[in-house]
Design a protein around this ligand. Structure first.
Ligand SMILES: NC(=O)c1ccc[n+]([C@@H]2O[C@H](COP(=O)([O-])OP(=O)(O)OC[C@H]3O[C@@H](n4cnc5c(N)ncnc54)[C@H](O)[C@@H]3O)[C@@H](O)[C@H]2O)c1
Length: 341
């Protein structure tokens, strides 16, 4: 299939593009390139792509495409808190616009990168499945709920949106992020010897490796229409339904000489959800996630050591909010996060 992959120069997109290509798909990227230089190790070989802001996409960008995989977004809660209105402009309005252009151009499948954080304050130890009430607690998560709703209204016989509600990602990507929980804790452990948890460690935070997300999207792309049409899927595995304190312990086990420190200074985190991932396994027989948290922690520790993680890179280059603040302070992006020409 000819696949347009938005966000191909992000953390997940950089892992997903080669997986799609290896599966025989013809991949074209589309990305503003906000984090294109956030590289750990050798520079990745990107597929052919266009540097364009999602808000400026035109019909030309989706012409001749069979499927869109839409990852591009302001991708976490701190970015959403920085500028909620920008989060809604980019994540919500521009995403729905892209989907309308795609549908008008005859694109048949639209895989949308949603998130398990749509369950937000689910609380408790019960597993939440896709039909659980959505209780987003941040503008980021709310933007994802709004897109799912609006894409649902676009679904018809010729256009199949699919809502891929990913657990929190972890693992190595050539374009790293250290502002997601496991990647962050492994970095802290290596740099300071402490696995530093600022919350009380109790919230449930299901995890999934970036490579498993890439395999899941590829499977959803190739699945029969009736298996995925207009459906939401939690992407991850019950094995990796873990509390933040458990994640911290796995990290301490993976990084010799490190120890867990739970300060509790930010109190109880309202974002807590324990997730049922069975629907995707039933829709895609044979699919399961391959990566455990422990193996991911070992992989990351190895990658950080091999490529020489510095404190500066950890706190600046691999932290999305810090990168955008630095670009804004340097005047390379304006206050709507568009590049200044
Ligand atoms: N990483 C996770 O834990 C996780 C979990 C669940 C869902 N997701 C979703 O998966 C997607 C990818 O996440 P990621 O971790 O790779 O994030 P990322 O921040 O690494 O990548 C996002 C990409 O989108 C691009 N982008 C941002 N604003 C843009 C704009 N206005 N125009 C064009 N491109 C723009 C960025 O340049 C970047 O390359 C996001 O939609 C995110 O919400 C991620």
């Amino acid at each position: 299939m000819r696949v347009l992959l938005t966000g191909h120069q992000g953390y997940l997109g950089t892992v997903m593009a080669p997986v799609l290509t290896a599966a025989g798909h013809e991949v074209t990227g589309l990305d503003a390139g906000l984090f294109a230089d956030c590289v750990l190790g050798p520079a990745p070989a990107d597929p052919p792509g266009t540097r364009v802001d999602l808000r400026d996409v035109t019909a030309d960008h989706v012409a001749g495409v069979d499927a869109v995989i839409h990852l591009a977004a302001l991708s976490n809660d701190p970015l959403g808190a920085l500028a909620p209105e920008l989060t809604y402009d980019i994540n919500h309005h521009a995403s729905v616009r892209l989907a309308k252009l795609a549908r008008d151009a005859g694109v048949r499948r639209f895989l949308y990168a949603s998130t398990c954080s749509v369950y937000g304050a689910a609380g408790g130890d019960e597993l939440v499945a896709e039909d659980a009430p959505l209780r987003p607690v941040t503008p980021y998560a709310e933007s994802k709920v709004r897109v799912e709703d609006d894409l649902h209204a676009l679904a018809d016989d010729d256009f199949s949106p699919v809502y891929m509600r990913n657990a929190t990602a972890f693992g190595f990507s050539p374009r790293l992020r250290a502002d997601i929980v496991l990647n962050n804790l492994v970095g802290h452990a290596l740099l300071s010897g402490e696995v530093l948890v600022l919350s009380d460690g109790t919230p449930w935070r299901p995890l999934v490796h970036a490579a498993d997300i890439a395999r899941a999207f590829t499977a959803a792309l190739e699945a029969p229409r009736e298996a995925v049409h207009d459906r939401a899927f939690n992407i991850g595995s019950e094995t990796n339904n873990v509390t933040v304190a458990e994640i911290a312990q796995q990290v301490a086990d993976a990084v010799d000489g490190s120890k867990v420190v739970i300060t509790g200074e930010t109190g109880a985190d309202p974002r807590s959800y324990r997730v049922d991932f069975s629907r995707f396994r039933e829709a895609i027989p044979g699919f399961d996630c391959a990566w455990t948290v422990k193996r991911g922690a070992l992989e990351l520790a190895d990658a950080y050591r091999t490529h020489g993680l510095t404190r500066e890179a950890f706190e600046q280059r691999f932290t999305r909010l810090a990168v955008l603040r630095a670009a804004s302070d340097a005047g390379t992006v304006d206050d709507t996060l568009r590049w200044r020409s």
